[in-house]
Design a protein around this ligand. Sequence first.
Ligand SMILES: *Cc1c(COP(=O)(O)O)cnc(C)c1O
Length: 354
Amino acid sequence: MSYPRVEVDLKKIEYNTVKMVHLCAEAGIRIVGVTKVFCGMPGIARCLVKGGVDILGDSRIENLKKLKDIDIEKMLLRIPMISQADRVVDFADISLNSELDTVRKLSECALKKGKVHKVILMIDVGDLREGYFDEDELVDAAGEVLQLKGVRLTGLGTNVGCYCGVMPDTDNLGRLVEIKKRIDEKYGTSLDVLSGGNSSSLSLVQGNAMPEGINQLRLGASLCLGIGLNDEKIDGLYHDAFKLKAEIVEVKAKPTVPVGKIGLDAFGQVPVFRDRGIRKKAVCAIGKQDVNFNNIIPEDNNVTILGGSSDHLILDVTDCDRDCHTGDIMSFNLTYAGVLNTMTSEYVSKILIG
Ligand SMILES: *Cc1c(COP(=O)(O)O)cnc(C)c1O
C-alpha cells in the first residue's frame, strides 16, 4: 500500500461514458473519448472504449503512444508541433490543425510511411485559442489540404469554453455547418466530420439545441468527472470516480497564529493568520509538488485545509467526527485540475479499482 494515491473507480467512468454515448447517439453525435486528464493511462482509456467511444483523443503524443495497443482510431487534440510531425503520423490517425505548413509536413511524413493521415481543420468561433479566425482563409486552406496526397481532409472542428470561456451556442457551432457547406460547394467534397467541441457542448445536446450536422464531440471532463458547461455537475453521472488518499504523519494541538516574526513562506508569499485559539492539526504527506490545494476537497466536511508547502498538507481536524491518528488515511475529492495534477505527479500512485 503506498500513499499518496489516486484511486480510480473504473466502473463509474465506464457508466458515465455509456450514458453520454447514448445521449449523443440520439442526436446523431459520436464521441471521441479524451484521455489527457489521466495522462492516457491505458487501463482507464479501456473503460472509455468499453463505454462505446469511437475514437480516443489526447493532446499529447506521449499519451497517444501509451494507447498504441488499443485497437481504435486515435486523435491528436492539440494542434501538432511541426517538429513532431513524424511521430504524429506514427501514433495518431487524425489530428486537429490550423497551420498549412504543419499539414504539409504531416502529408510528407505520411507519404514516406505509406499512410494517409486524417486532418480536421479548426475554426476559431471566438474563444481565441486555436483555429482559423478568418473564414475565407479557412476555405482557401481547405482547398490546399485537398491537394495534398498524404493527408485527407475529413472535416472541420472548433473548441470553445477553454481560453476565454466562450460558451457554445447554436450560432457559433452553426458556423461549422455553414462553412462546411461553402467548402463542399466550392470543391465538390462531402466532409464527414463536424467536431463541435468538448464537454461544455453537451448542454446543447441536452437542450436539443445542437445545430443539425454537428456529428462529433470530444469528451473528457464529462466522462471522467461528470461535469459539463461551466464545470456544472451533469445529473445522473458520477462525480467522484477519482479520489485522492493521503497519509497523516503528525497530529498535534497547535496555535492558529505562528510564533515569531513573519517573513515569506516557501512560495514567496506573506501568509496571514486569524487567531482561532489552539486547534488540532494533522499534517499529511502530500504537497504542492503533487497538487494545488485549491483543487482538493476533504471528503469529511468537518476537515478544513489550512495550507502547506511542497511536501506537506496541513489540515484542521478539530471538528472531525473521528479521532485522527498518525498513520490514518485522509480522503479527498478532486476537481478537474486536481485529477490532472495528481495523475501527473510521479509521487502519487495510481490505483485502478473494478
Ligand atoms: C481537452 C480537449 C477536449 C476535451 O475537453 P473536456 O472539457 O475535458 O471535455 C476537447 N477538445 C480539445 C481540443 C481539447 O484540448
